[in-house]
Write a protein that binds this ligand. Structure first.
Ligand SMILES: *Cc1c(COP(=O)(O)O)cnc(C)c1O
Length: 229
């Protein structure tokens, strides 16, 4: 299947999922996850109308952003503090804020560059060892602490669903993130314009849309399997 057709298929599935649920968002942004994919495939997706692209590694994001600066680049993978300096000013949205020390570094680099950096907090709902992210009991306090960082704008929450065979085990995780998102949005904090709920990947984005995601991060269903060679 070519990339334009795959994009159309994913968008159709998003609309179908939206139609199935009262919790679905009015609009869902499709983030094309282009990690490991060559520039030609990314350019083909852009030519087919795709605007937003996600990368999980800083170096790959920076290189691709230099080649294709007209695209909107999102960082979706874990960000190390010593790499923050490379991404400031280059991303539309960082989906993976997961510690206060990282927030402090983003603040410092953003202030030096006179930019406001938009972020999502990554939440580790099931407290899985293999994943980064703020645990649920710490989330409200974490959000409060961001008040100290005027060059960071909190735009919402992100999570990665558990890797399980039974898709219906994923649903409660997404549901919980939506409830947390609504709870934090209801605080109406001046530095938090809570608009984005980023959840769902190729195998579970339809469940995520049913549970209220308004950004889904889809890679292999658009570009085909990744080649990690
Ligand atoms: C790779 C990745 C995705 C997309 O994964 P697919 O299964 O290819 O759709 C989404 N989110 C994150 C954080 C990723 O690292």
């Amino acid at each position: 299947m070519d990339i334009a057709a795959a994009l159309e298929q994913v968008k159709r599935n998003i609309e179908l999922a939206r139609g199935r649920s009262v919790h679905a968002a009015r609009q869902v942004q499709l983030l094309a996850v282009s990690k490991t994919q060559p520039l030609e495939k990314i350019a083909a997706a852009y030519a087919a109308g795709q605007q937003h692209f996600g990368e999980n590694k800083v170096q790959e994001l920076v290189e691709k952003q230099q080649q294709l600066p007209q695209l909107n680049w999102h960082l979706i993978g874990h960000l190390q503090r010593n790499k923050v300096k490379y991404v400031i000013g280059k991303t539309r949205l960082i989906h993976s804020l997961d510690s206060i020390s990282l927030a402090a570094e983003i603040e410092k680099r953003s202030a030096a560059a006179s930019v406001i950096t938009e972020v999502l907090i990554q939440v580790n709902i099931a407290e899985e060892q293999s994943k980064s992210g703020v645990f649920v009991p710490e989330l409200a306090g974490f959000v409060s602490e961001l008040a100290a960082y005027p060059h960071i704008k909190l735009r919402g929450l992100m999570t990665i669903g558990p890797m399980v065979e039974d898709y219906e085990q994923i649903r409660p995780v997404f549901r919980e993130l939506r409830l947390l998102f609504e709870r934090e949005r209801a605080r109406e904090l001046p530095y938090a314009e809570m608009s984005y709920l980023s959840m769902g990947m190729s195998h579970d984005y339809m469940i995520a849309v049913e549970e209220g995601a308004n950004i889904v991060r889809v890679g292999s269903s658009i570009f085909g399997a990744r080649n990690y060679a």
